[in-house]
Design a protein around this ligand. Structure first.
Ligand code: M6R
Length: 609
């Protein structure tokens, strides 16, 4: 996730560009840049760090001109650096582009462009777009951009500038947001409404495949085929703070709703063209090397640790390698048995968690080969690990982790399938079947999110005032742990998760009339056993809310309420089943008037031991 802006009018472009970017820093802030046409050439100024660093860099010599583009970056391809910062240019500096998204075929395009003599400066996927435009440019800016779009694959919102056409910007989008603000004798482009809300409330929201040629006094919008599109003006009536949250009340709710896109981004570039296998080109360990590992540790904290529990299940089930999962703060002091055939996987959204980082360093010292699963490019954990796989979930602002968890599960699943193929532990057909199911997950999460009202009602109805129990078996237990953590951290309600079969060994004594129990029953292989455990708590008059998959007509007979998630392979169910639990925690916290995005005593990134 990055933030992009554009301006064309009579005023100084840099004023709006810097103001707009400051409102988009929640989308990423590892580097920033602007490009402004100064009457003879396009001047690009960019640098690593937050926008403040760019402001400081140009404070005595702000680029002058009334048309320009800008960018605040959340690194995906290429670490945060001056050269990887946007805008990116072609060889001549005549074509300049800012981009939010991922160009999936950039390596092929880059090789081809290098062969044709183009010289690249950065490690980004975006730079190919500028060189490609230079390559195909035929004097017609609009037609040339259209040709670029025919050749690139992936997700993007893009704004183009061209020195030969100094009175227009061209923008387009595919799977990433883009909005045009309508001014008086000036127009604005931005990733998101907060950037323009101080200048205008009249907007056009672009749809996928649409392209706009934006001049100071006109906007021409066309579809993929070049046919004109007539759009209705969307009047923004949110305040600036709500706009930053995309109209949602809290970042947590926004991030819950971002999950379909986030998991799609995690998958992008990792599914083979034929849709039947996983590719992990970024993993530089070859098959022989990977085959040597006979033991894997997964080490993490909090939600990332819960993702690791599911990861263990995936790796053991699919790739048949033994896995142990550890809490980082314990692992580093427990003298783990590690040798050069041990793989250590650390999981961390932020890539900065002190305990996880320390466990990683300790394992390296003992000779383990290390792999980081993280969201933040260039973070300490990403730099320290031997290999990195990024979740590409975009910035997560709310303290309660949501999209980080689901994208970590996706990544573990893909890694397990990838290793399964290398080890020959699954048939080609089974792998293809699971990859097909995996690709349905974004739409299935959207389906789960399409009606949150019943969950809101449960949260209000039960109040969840004292203790809540979460139970499940197998993968359902792992999800139960995450559901309970969500409820605890944002609503301050005491919640505990138990392996359903373990209740009778003590905890059942706590189940009395009216105690809420959230019972997950999505795992077919242990379904009957789970049902028995549900009957045990029901017999003690607990109030039971069941989580089941579509098509399950049985569970409803034994529980007070059922929430259903779409049907998929039971391995993938955790990615769907966690969504109602996230929402339940969210609405319980709202009902209790808690500060959802900033729960008491907690920090987003725990950089102390
Ligand atoms: O950034 P990390 O993934 O390393 O963070 C680990 C935990 O601190 C984090 O998951 C924490 O448990 C969340 N607040 C849970 O929602």
């Amino acid at each position: 996730m990055c933030g992009i802006v554009g301006y064309v009018g009579d005023k100084q472009a840099a004023d709006f560009l810097l103001e707009g970017l400051s409102k988009l820093e929640y989308r990423g802030y590892d580097s920033a840049g602007i490009a402004v046409y100064d009457g003879s050439k396009i001047r690009v100024e960019k640098c690593v760090g937050r926008l403040a660093a760019l402001r400081d860099k140009i404070k005595d010599n702000v680029p002058q001109g009334s048309i320009g583009i800008g960018h605040t970056r959340w690194a995906t391809h290429g670490r945060p650096s001056d050269t990887n910062a946007h805008p990116h240019t072609d060889c001549s500096g005549d074509f300049v582009v800012v981009h939010n998204g991922i160009i999936e075929n950039y390596l092929t395009l880059k090789e081809d462009l290098i062969e044709k003599g183009h010289v690249f400066k950065s490690e980004t996927d975006t730079e190919v777009v500028a060189h490609l435009l230079e390559e195909v440019y035929n004097g017609d800016f609009e037609e040339s951009v259209r040709e670029v779009l025919r050749r690139i694959e992936g997700s993007y919102s893009l704004v183009f500038m061209c020195r030969q056409h100094p009175d227009e910007l061209i923008c387009t989008k595919q799977d990433n947001p883009l909005v045009i603000g309508l001014g008086d004798g000036e127009n604005f482009i931005a990733s998101d409404i907060p950037a323009i809300i101080n200048r205008t409330r009249r907007t056009y929201i672009l749809n996928d495949g649409e392209m706009a040629v934006v001049r100071k006094d006109s906007i021409k919008i066309t579809n993929r085929k070049g046919e004109p599109v007539t759009k209705k003006v969307f009047e923004v009536n949110w305040n600036a703070e709500a706009a930053e949250k995309g109209g949602f009340e809290h970042f947590m709710l926004k991030e819950i709703h971002e999950q379909p896109k986030a998991v799609r981004d995690t998958m992008s570039q990792r599914i083979a063209k034929d849709g039947k296998r996983i590719v992990m080109d970024e993993l530089k360990w070859n098959a022989d090397y990977l085959n040597n590992f006979h033991k894997i540790y997964i080490v993490a904290c909090g939600t990332a640790y819960h993702a690791g529990l599911v990861g263990k299940y995936y790796i053991e089930k699919l790739a048949r390698i033994p896995v142990e999962v550890d809490i980082a703060s314990e692992f580093r002091y427990r003298d783990p048995i590690i040798d050069e055939n041990t793989m250590l996987i650390v999981v961390s959204q932020s890539g900065e968690t002190s305990d996880t980082l320390a466990a990683l360093k300790e394992s390296k010292r003992r000779g383990a080969k290390t792999l980081a699963l993280t969201n933040v490019v260039g973070s300490s954990i990403a730099r320290e690990a031997d290999q990195v796989l990024y979740t590409w979930a975009g910035p997560e602002i709310a303290v309660a982790s949501t999209k980080a968890y689901t994208t970590q599960l996706i990544l573990f699943f893909m890694l397990s399938l990838y290793m399964a193929e290398i080890k020959g532990t699954q048939t080609e057909e089974r792998v293809a079947e699971l990859v097909a199911k995996l690709q349905q997950i974004p739409a299935q999460i959207s389906e789960t999110l399409s009606d949150v009202e019943p969950i809101k009602t449960f949260a209000k109805q039960y109040g969840f005032n004292e203790d809540v129990f979460y139970i499940g078996r197998s993968l359902d237990w792992d999800v139960a742990l995450e559901g309970a953590l969500k409820l605890k951290e944002i609503s301050y309600i005491h919640a505990e998760a138990y392996a359903a079969g373990e209740l009778k060994h003590g905890t059942l004594a706590l189940i009395v009339e009216g105690v809420p129990v959230i019972a997950l029953a999505t795992q077919k292989s242990v379904y009957e056993k789970t049902l028995s455990n549900i009957k045990e708590v029901k017999a003690r008059d607990a109030v039971v809310i069941g989580i089941a998959t579509e098509g399950d007509d049985e569970l409803g007979k034994y529980v007070d309420h059922v929430m259903k998630v779409p049907e998929t392979d039971e391995l993938l169910t955790p990615i769907l089943a966690v969504v109602p639990l996230q929402l339940l925690a969210y609405f319980a916290a709202i009902t209790r008037g808690c500060d959802v995005d900033k729960p008491r005593n907690l920090a987003k990134s725990v950089t102390v031991e």
